[in-house]
Design a protein around this ligand. Structure first.
Ligand SMILES: C[S@@+](CC[C@H](N)C(=O)[O-])C[C@H]1O[C@@H](n2cnc3c(N)ncnc32)[C@H](O)[C@@H]1O
Length: 300
């Protein structure tokens, strides 16, 4: 008898396929080299996050660290984006239409966790096709992106993904984003002095969309990064239309276990993932309203 597939299974399997791609990139024999390398990279990644307010978040410049990030965070961060779309469907759905291609941009999208969560909910609506850009400085994510694109297409979502090296000029001539995802990237770069380039990139991207476009901001709950995002988004003409903070948001054992597959045991992950989450949903206002807001702001 054919196995019964629940809708959630398909998306957990896609997450697992991205993990398998990241895993294959780690060189060497599975037991002697890969497992120790990734376990040690998991410690490095966790240690870098602990120090991130001094030194910025981890670098993802080795296959082992990229795999470590996927194992530690991909399934849960995909889920947080899915939850945002599900809970704010009325704001998102009008941005898409059958027969139309809509641009979705992810800043620092890494292995595509945020895009995966996005695709999962978009598939539910089935509204048109998607052209996605992941502006990430780490070219090493390319194979994960290719797997994500292939698996998502095979599951019936008409989406393409391009990994773009971030620069101020990177967005020249590439369309009109209707949704911008900023997921767990600001806290990585915020405390690095040299990341002025990232701030410029974020501002140049945020000033692109037409009114009505939505920005999803998800991150570790920290006052400084939240304040920075709120100030910049307001300055770029966005109004806050949703948001919440969670001290601890958890993935269910099932979602966690199925996404990780055999990596759960191989890497001794052993517990469902939890995250501190701050979330804000922002909508670009019409120019007229932006002016009024600026004038009110200026007079205060
Ligand atoms: C913590 S990961 C977040 C990945 C994904 N958005 C998620 O929610 O899981 C942060 C990503 O930001 C990227 N990144 C760091 N500094 C950057 C910069 N200056 N410009 C673009 N991407 C950057 C890293 O390479 C990494 O892939």
């Amino acid at each position: 008898m054919a196995e019964k597939t629940y809708p959630c299974d398909k998306w957990c399997d896609i997450a697992n396929a991205v993990l398998c791609t990241a895993w294959k990139e780690v060189p060497g024999d599975e037991w002697r080299q890969r497992i120790p390398a990734v376990k040690s990279a998991m410690k490095e990644v966790a240690a870098a996050y602990k120090l991130s307010t001094k030194t910025g978040g981890p670098k993802f410049d080795t296959p082992a660290r990229r795999m470590a990030y996927c194992a530690l965070h991909l399934p849960s961060r995909a889920r947080w984006v899915f939850d945002v779309l599900r809970d704010h469907e009325g704001l998102f759905k009008p941005l898409f239409a059958e027969g139309r291609t809509t641009d979705v941009w992810s800043i620092g999208g890494g292995p595509g966790s945020d895009l995966l969560g996005f695709f999962r909910r978009h598939a539910w609506w089935g509204l048109g096709s998607l052209k996605c850009y992941n502006f990430d400085r780490e070219a090493g994510w390319a194979k994960c992106m290719a797997t994500l694109q292939a698996r998502v297409k095979a599951s019936g979502v008409d989406a393409s993904i391009e990994l773009v090296a971030p620069s101020k000029e990177a967005t020249n001539g590439i369309g009109d984003p209707r949704v911008i995802l900023l997921s767990y990237v600001l806290s990585d770069v915020f405390y690095r002095d040299k990341e002025v380039g990232f701030r410029e990139l974020a501002e140049s991207i945020l000033s692109k969309p037409k009114p009505g476009a939505l920005v999803v901001f998800l991150d570790i709950a920290r006052d400084e990064t939240r304040a920075w995002s709120e100030e910049r988004l307001a300055r770029c003409g966005y109004a806050k239309v949703g948001g919440f903070d969670f001290n601890e948001k958890r993935l269910t054992d099932y979602q966690w276990g199925r996404s990780l597959g055999r990596f759960d045991k191989l890497l001794d992950l052993g517990w469902p993932h939890r995250d501190r989450v701050t979330f804000g949903l922002w909508r670009r206002m019409p120019t007229q309203q932006r002016k009024v807001r600026t004038e009110i702001g200026a007079s205060v």
